[in-house]
Ligand binder design. Structure first.
Ligand code: FES
Length: 114
């Protein structure tokens, strides 16, 4: 006799599948000049992660790669330039159709110089 608990069916377990979400059709954002798929309601960080991008910022000292860490807006590791505005926490910014995201190097203030 087959035991269902010992042999669960192989399914892809995604966050959307786990909660039974039925998001609308995907759109794209632009990341460093290439299209990245995003779902309605997804944050930029989530869209980048889902596309396999793990780092989109470098540290001020040492230039070490950083991406999302806390995912709730507390650590500031996920900063990027969004639609020309540096220091945006991508875990809090929705990935809207056509959003342009570029890798941020250091403190991202070079573009703010007057
Ligand atoms: S991942 Fe920590 S602030 Fe965005």
């Amino acid at each position: 006799m087959e035991n269902a608990r010992m042999n669960p069916p192989m399914r892809r377990r995604t966050p959307a599948a786990l909660v039974g979400a039925e998001p609308g059709p995907a759109h794209t954002i632009d990341f460093d000049g290439r299209p990245v798929p995003a779902l309605p309601g997804q944050s930029i960080a989530a869209a980048l992660w889902a596309d396999g991008v793990l780092a989109w910022r470098t540290t001020r000292v040492g230039g070490r790669p950083r991406g999302a860490f806390c995912g709730i807006g507390a650590c500031f590791d996920c900063l990027a330039v969004v639609d020309g505005r540096p220091n945006q926490r991508t875990c809090l910014v929705p990935a809207e159709p056509g959003t342009v995201v570029t890798t941020q190097e250091g403190n991202g203030r070079a573009d703010l110089a007057v």
